[in-house]
Design a protein around this ligand. Structure first.
Ligand SMILES: [Zn+2]
Ligand SMILES: [Zn+2]
Length: 150
């Protein structure tokens, strides 16, 4: 029998209840904003996009709630060179990252989506994996072309 998957909203609701945290509309608005967009973001871009929709939320509130969403397993934090980048863990295509050491662009390259790394790591080491991303470093096509033109 297939288990019914919880929505991001339900997961947050459960998490807040378990941790005796208040279910403020603000928290769900932040989750909603994150899950209605795709790709990577940082706190500043999230702040700007919420502000542009006339949703007044302070940076401090965002930081605090981002931590909650990470702890609840709804977000993952990548420590790329240019500071922290965040990404939702549900509803997004499984992908790996290629970071260009020339221009700093981050490319999403679906590669290891079929490998059950989570199960393997949990079997071998007993760790509980909530999400994983492979990060590769190298030079992208754009940089290679620029270099060839010189
Ligand atoms: Zn590049
Ligand atoms: Zn990504």
């Amino acid at each position: 029998m297939e288990e019914k998957r919880l929505s991001p909203n339900d997961i947050l609701k459960n998490y807040l209840e378990e941790h005796s945290l208040r279910k403020t509309p603000e928290r769900f608005a932040i989750l909603d904003e994150i899950y209605s967009n795709s790709g990577h973001f940082n706190i500043e871009t999230l702040y700007e996009s919420m502000k542009s929709k006339n949703y007044r939320v302070s940076l401090a509130t965002l930081y605090n709630n981002i931590d909650i969403l990470i702890d609840a397993g709804l977000l993952v934090k990548h420590r790329f060179e240019k500071g922290n980048t965040y990404e939702k863990t549900m509803d997004s295509m499984k992908h790996d990252h290629f970071i260009c050491t020339g221009c700093g662009r981050i490319y999403e390259v679906p590669l290891s989506g079929n490998m059950d790394v989570n199960a393997e790591v949990s079997k071998r080491y007993g760790f509980d994996v909530s999400s994983y991303f492979l990060t590769m470093y190298g030079v992208c096509n754009i940089c290679k072309e620029l270099k060839n033109k010189k």
